[in-house]
Design a protein around this ligand. Structure first.
Ligand SMILES: [Zn+2]
Length: 351
């Protein structure tokens, strides 16, 4: 058994995180009482997938139906001959897997051992691992979730609970929990998640949903979300709409490198309100440069152009010189982008 921990807060110390640490217990012996008493129950395990290279879309190996332990080697059966879940009645070999050292020695002589198709003997001392990650202090999630892995998952079971400003706990198992995985998710290549999370005033849930995948054909109960912001129910949802805008006015953007660019600028007035609430309005500044202001050097497609709109506070048509303020803000924005992309202005000889 090995035990170790990793301090996750060491490199990016966040004062709101008091502790962020991972814990691992690996090579723990597995109990598997029933299998020790009555022997393993070999079945065909594996997956059928729609993805990946043709020859890797289907795989078959042998595992114990009860504890999930696989023989060593696990075997490499013909998917046309063996169905997932059927009892394995085929031959087994007594030869153990070649050690990595022997494989290397053979490779040096130019010999690649044939992939062993038949499963080997059961491991004498099956082992598994457990892991956890604990955050005390600010965590980025509020919610809880349980994952049941698929036959190919490294993490058989996993779960987490997030308490926002208080912290979070993540746990997972490797090899342990295979009995549960084999009962609930014995075939396929997809892990399943069940849980809920709260984010930006909405409660979202997943019920036995495929991990990292969402399809329009999924049943309704599988995913969903509902607003838990009382204002949404009392006052109705928030909507934004454009109320008015100024005409487009010419202006000049002067860059620190000395180049100038003709642009047009204008202001848009937007209103945000709930169905039964008070409206608030704000102004958005927009600038547009037909030719574009270069901020980045490209060898293959010329220098990149730029055009954008953003929220500048305090600029309204009542401010006399608003076109100049927007032009100055555009120059600042482009200067920041030039710095980010390490832009080199064309030299006199190039021009
Ligand atoms: Zn077993």
């Amino acid at each position: 058994m090995h035990r170790f921990t990793i301090d996750r807060n060491k490199d990016r110390r966040d004062p709101r995180v008091l502790l962020h640490r991972s814990f691992y217990l690996s090579d723990l012996p597995r109990l598997m009482l029933a299998c020790r008493l009555t022997g393993h129950r070999p079945v065909v395990d594996g997956y059928d997938s729609k993805y990946g290279p043709e020859e890797q879309r289907r795989a078959r190996w042998v595992a114990c139906d009860r504890c999930g332990v696989r023989p060593e080697p696990q075997g490499h059966l013909d998917p046309d001959e063996w169905n997932l879940g059927q009892p394995y009645t085929g031959p087994t070999v007594t030869a153990r897997r070649l050690s990595p050292i022997v494989v290397k020695q053979l490779a040096r002589k130019g010999i690649t051992p044939r992939l062993q198709t038949e499963p080997g003997p059961w491991p004498a001392r099956p082992e598994g691992s457990l892991g956890a990650e604990l955050v005390i202090g600010r965590a980025h999630t509020i919610g809880a979730q349980i994952k049941v892995g698929n036959p190919g998952s490294e993490q058989v079971l996993a779960g987490h609970i997030g308490l926002g400003p208080l912290g979070a706990l993540f746990v997972h198992s490797e090899r342990f929990g295979t009995w549960v995985q084999r009962r609930l998710n014995p075939t396929g290549h997809q892990s399943r998640e069940t849980g809920f999370s709260i984010f930006h005033g909405r409660l979202s849930w997943d019920l036995w949903a495929k991990r990292g995948e969402w399809n329009a054909s999924d049943p309704k109960w599988m995913h969903g979300s509902v607003s838990i912001d009382p204002r949404d129910h009392l006052l109705g949802p928030t909507r934004n709409r454009k109320v008015s805008e100024t005409e487009k006015v010419p202006a000049v953007v002067r860059m620190p490198e000395g180049d100038t660019h003709d642009v047009t600028v204008h202001l848009e007035q937007w209103e945000t309100r709930r169905t039964r609430g008070r409206a608030t309005t704000y102004w958005m500044a927009e600038w547009d440069c037909k030719a574009g202001i270069p901020v980045r050097n490209h060898d293959w497609k010329g220098d990149a152009t730029y055009s954008c709109s953003w929220h500048i506070e305090g600029v309204t048509p009542d401010t006399d010189r608003w076109p100049h303020i927007i032009a100055a803000a555009a120059a600042e924005q482009c200067t920041r982008d030039r710095a980010r992309y390490n832009y080199r202005a064309p030299s006199k000889e190039d021009a």
